[in-house]
Design a protein around this ligand. Structure first.
Ligand SMILES: *[C@@H]1O[C@H](CO)[C@@H](O)[C@H](O)[C@H]1NC(C)=O
Ligand SMILES: *[C@@H]1O[C@H](CO)[C@@H](O)[C@H](O)[C@H]1NC(C)=O
Ligand SMILES: [Fe+2]
Length: 483
């Protein structure tokens, strides 16, 4: 029966007979196989010949990345060789399949969803459909899936970088810098610099004032000893690299350009300036391109150990060293790829997973809890609160400072983290503890694979673009400037 499906050479996950399928509720996913295979062997993704000239405006890139695709649904009766008999016509008419998925309909019928290059009206596609008509119980040409807009090429991150939630400069009245005109002018200047940035430009360098460097130094001094004690080993290793190659020290605020060039060599991650907070969707979409939206302003000098929003201390001390670790980069990109075109509901789930890992994640190290989340690694109070050793039977209660005396720690499970709400202005009541960074990554990947995504996306590092496995129309939330 294995023999009956000679498609096995191309589609190993389909190497089980269709009969086996009927006892399994799982659909088989070609792209999942394809991605695993691609990552293991470093081969090119199928049909990835989407030549992109980085100098063209995005609208032209779109046309080239989005080669016409067609999706069909074929219903087949389960019999030995049924799929093979059908697929051979794709080869006969030189129609390249980009995705194939199957789902049992009844005990002896299967639906196959097949995506391929070309469109109805092309001579070879028409010939194929004619041939298939007689061979299938049902044959439907499906409409293009309509999805939320997402960047297809790294240059399209330019279109979302300006979509800051608070214009980057409208400080809330309880912000420590609210009444400080000089501080607000400084913020406005850095915001403008970030907004003007376009893909391919040199990263803007920032001359920090004496006061700003002083604030940085205060944070640095506070964190140094605690990081030694509570940061995970990957962080500490990278921090040494940062000191050696990126000018990290208490005496200066390192430049994004130096850091980004270093990261690109190390893990092909990069930084790009952003004026302030952007939506979860836009932020996560950046990670799909191994790109981290990074602020440059620093917290207000009156409260050097507090910031109500991400600032350069949080980015450079919390996030950046972790991006020198390849596993961690892959982990972050995994969430990013899953966020492309995702429903609002799934974005919320992914944002929670991101929060409970990239921002506040803990991992086990020789039986001790260490931090790998940037929110912890850049917050002296919370780092100790989350990591300090405690007895197993200690139960959380509210202390005199209004914080719980100790947090609840749950094993890292993205299914649970995806449903776990979180506060943004207080210490976290719940942290998630992974066995290791590797464990965090494996579980996250599995979660992303099981998420009912509108398509699967692969990043092509050479083209700096994403390859997706089925035809979609990006029609919701299209950025103003892309029309
Ligand atoms: C199918 O893919 C092959 C190999 O990439 C390519 O040479 C061929 O032109 C493609 N055919 C069509 C019809 O796109
Ligand atoms: C973003 O905003 C800046 C400043 O307002 C502007 O110069 C730039 O063209 C904008 N970028 C895009 C892609 O719209
Ligand atoms: Fe952050």
């Amino acid at each position: 029966m294995m023999h009956s499906l000679r498609t096995a050479r191309l589609l190993p996950r389909l190497a089980v007979s269709a009969r086996c399928l009927s006892s399994s509720p799982d659909y088989m996913n070609y792209e999942t196989w394809h991605r695993d295979n691609y990552q293991q062997h470093g081969s090119q993704p199928l049909n990835s010949h989407h030549a992109i000239n980085g100098n063209h405006p995005p609208s032209i890139q779109d046309k080239q990345t989005e080669l016409p695709r067609t999706s069909v649904l074929m219903e087949l009766s389960d019999r030995v060789g049924a799929l093979h008999d059908v697929l051979k016509y794709y080869w006969k008419y030189d129609v390249n399949i980009t995705r194939i998925e199957s789902r049992p309909v009844t005990s002896n019928k299967f639906d196959f969803f097949v995506d391929f290059h070309g469109r109805v009206g092309d001579a070879n596609v028409n010939a194929l459909l004619m041939a298939l008509k007689g061979m299938t119980d049902k044959l439907l040409v499906l409409d293009e899936k309509e999805v939320h807009w997402f960047p297809r090429h790294i240059s399209e991150l330019d279109l979302i970088a300006n979509r800051t939630l608070d214009a980057g400069t409208d400080l809330q009245s309880d912000h420590p810098g609210f009444n400080d005109v000089e501080y607000r002018n400084r913020r406005a200047l850095l915001a403008e610099q970030a907004m003007k940035y376009r893909m391919g430009m040199e990263l803007p360098s920032t001359e920090y004032s004496e006061d700003e460097v002083k604030t940085w130094g205060v944070v640095w001094d506070k964190m140094e000893g605690l990081l030694e004690k509570y940061a995970c080993k990957e962080y500490k290793k990278s921090m040494n690299l940062m000191k050696k190659h990126c000018g990290y020290s208490r005496h200066q605020i390192p430049q994004l350009s130096t850091i980004s060039s270093f990261l690109q060599l190390q893990t092909s991650f990069r930084l790009r300036p952003v004026a302030g907070l952007i939506s979860s969707r836009d932020f996560l979409n950046g990670l799909a391109f191994r790109t981290f939206f990074c602020t440059q302003y620093i917290r207000h000098p009156s409260m050097p150990l507090y910031t109500p929003e991400p600032d350069i201390c949080h980015e450079l001390l919390g996030h950046v060293p972790m991006f020198a670790d390849r596993d961690f980069c892959d982990f972050s990109q995994e969430i990013g790829l899953a966020s492309l075109g995702a429903s609002d509901e799934d974005i919320l789930k992914l944002a929670r997973c991101y929060w409970h890992s990239v921002e506040f994640g803990l991992c086990r190290e020789d039986g001790v809890n260490k931090a790998y989340g940037a929110g912890l690694l850049s917050s002296f109070g919370e780092l100790e609160y989350a990591c300090k050793p405690r007895s197993d039977d200690e139960v959380p209660s509210i202390g005199s400072d209004g914080h719980p005396t100790c947090p609840q720690i749950k094993p890292w499970d993205p299914n649970v983290a995806a449903m776990q709400d979180f506060p943004i202005t207080t210490y976290q009541p719940v942290y998630f503890l992974a066995e290791s960074l590797q464990d965090a990554k494996v579980k996250m990947r599995k979660y992303c694979e099981e998420l009912p995504r509108p398509f699967f996306a692969l990043y092509n590092a050479q083209m700096e673009s994403v390859h997706i496995d089925r035809p979609v129309r990006r029609c919701v939330g299209v950025p103003d400037s892309s029309s």
